[in-house]
Ligand binder design. Structure first.
Ligand SMILES: O=C(O)C1=C[C@@H](OP(=O)(O)O)[C@@H](O)[C@H](O)C1
Ligand SMILES: C=C(OP(=O)(O)O)C(=O)O
Length: 433
């Protein structure tokens, strides 16, 4: 597709971004294994979350959807049924890994498969720790397809080997089915939606003040809830970065989730000299706020391993910020980017180089000199089939004068189907001079 041209008058307006992807997945999963009904408002109706929704329908859970409102008639922790055929995880790592943890403790056998990208992503990080709890999971050379034979699970005291909320969540969903309380210790704090939401559904998950040690009590019965999914910080991020970088911009993003395990980009923007003001903060359940962003000149930044989990999905955008900062930025400790929907380090370096950005690939990140003027040498960009790469490139196109093409633009459907409409709505506003 043809990408939007540089908006001379900047970006303007107000947007409500779609619901949070992580919370939407978990809402379906926890609703399905609860007793009673769960209602999710502002559910993310993107391909990844629909993979979760469909998988649970196949596991025998009645689920109705009307636009972005979803009603789940929970069947309880022991009410899931043998699905009769392999479950399609689509492109979604979150669906796959969380379901593995849950189905490890059920009474039937399931097979999971996914698309080509998902079938390349590592699954032993989940199957191996689950095996310590007694799970019987057979992965194919470390990848999907996976066969899960439900088994009685025992408690575990386990130190996670990767900073991954997906692995942590898989273990928590297994641990609520175990015979005794379990303790999980993270390397670094990662998004804590599973812990917070499980407690809202009536479970007993305690996180120590170190934010790393998590105690999970076995939980025979959860109770359905009604909740509104906050706007996804990872989707809002595209507009936070676009309005920062395109001069004369001012955009308001309504009701964005600002859970501190997700706000790495806000902290990085602040350190770089960005301008984001939080308004109307709400602290019930998952905290939310309206974010008002205006254009700013940026300083370079150094970020390392400890900064990564809270900004993991926004790192391609951090690279874009760095490409307009007035110096050399270094992003390291981000090796996890190599095992996302695509190798996001290689994809960012390759595509940014087409725009003449001075970027160097590191084993676990990038080095970028934002002082070098961009010079488009190949106007045909490629999402590499990865939604976050595609959307980052669409934002980059707002910063160049030449018309650019994007191959694989449809990948945005994975997490943000309305992305191009929302982008058009803030780039085409007429401003009186
Ligand atoms: O738990 C989740 O909902 C997610 C965790 C992160 O993955 P990892 O846990 O593999 O880092 C993130 O990249 C993904 O988009 C969503
Ligand atoms: C990595 C992502 O998702 P998942 O792991 O669920 O495929 C993402 O949305 O950027």
């Amino acid at each position: 597709m043809q990408l939007a041209a540089r908006p001379v008058a900047g970006l303007h307006g107000e947007l409500t971004v779609p619901g949070d992807k992580s919370i939407s997945h978990r809402g379906i999963i926890l609703g399905a294994i609860s007793e009673g009904d769960t209602v999710l408002h502002h559910f993310l109706t993107a391909a990844d979350c629909l993979s979760t929704l469909t998988a649970f329908q196949q596991l025998g859970v009645p689920i109705e959807r009307d636009g972005t409102t979803v009603m789940i008639h929970g069947v309880g922790l022991h009410g899931l049924k043998y699905p009769g055929k392999p479950l399609d995880m689509g492109n979604s790592g979150t669906t796959t890994r969380l379901i593995m943890g849950l189905l490890a403790g059920q009474r039937f056998e399931t097979t999971l498969f996914g698309d080509a990208s998902l079938s390349n992503r590592p699954m032993r990080r989940v199957s191996e720790p689950l095996a310590k709890m007694g799970a019987d999971i057979c992965v194919t050379e470390g990848h999907l397809p996976a066969r899960i034979r439900g088994h009685h699970l025992h408690a575990v005291n386990y130190q996670l080997q990767v900073a991954s909320a997906q692995v942590k969540s898989a273990l928590i969903l297994a641990a609520i089915q175990a015979d005794q309380p379990s303790t999980l210790i993270e390397k670094l704090p990662t998004r804590n939606h599973t812990e917070k939401m499980l407690n809202a559904f009536g479970a007993d998950i305690q996180t120590e003040s170190d934010k790393l040690t998590i105690h999970v009590a076995p939980q025979p019965a959860l109770k359905g809830v009604e909740l509104t999914v906050p706007g996804d910080m990872s989707s809002a991020a595209f507009f936070l970065v676009a309005a920062t970088l395109v001069p004369h911009s001012k955009v308001t993003l309504k009701n964005v989730g600002i859970n501190e395990t997700r706000t790495g980009l806000l902290k990085i923007l602040k350190r770089m000299g960005g301008n984001v003001v939080e308004r109307h903060r709400q602290d019930r359940g998952e905290p939310t706020a309206d974010l008002v962003v205006t254009s700013a000149a940026l300083k370079p930044i150094e970020i390392g391993e400890a900064d990564i989990p809270a900004v993991i999905d926004e790192l391609p955008l951090v690279a874009l910020l760095a490409a307009k900062a007035n110096g050399i930025s270094r992003i390291t400790g981000a090796g996890e980017l190599r095992v996302k929907e695509t190798d996001r380090i290689a994809a960012v370096v390759r595509e940014f180089s087409k725009l003449g950005i001075a970027i160097r690939e590191l084993p676990d990140g990038f080095m970028i000199d934002g002082r070098q003027p961009w010079q488009v040498n190949k106007p045909k960009l490629d999402s590499h089939g990865d939604h976050r790469i595609g959307m980052t490139l669409a934002i980059a196109s707002l910063l160049v004068d030449e018309p650019l093409q994007l191959d694989g633009a449809e990948s945005v459907n994975i997490s943000y189907p309305e992305f191009f409409d929302d982008l058009a709505s803030v780039t085409s506003v007429e401003i009186d001079s």
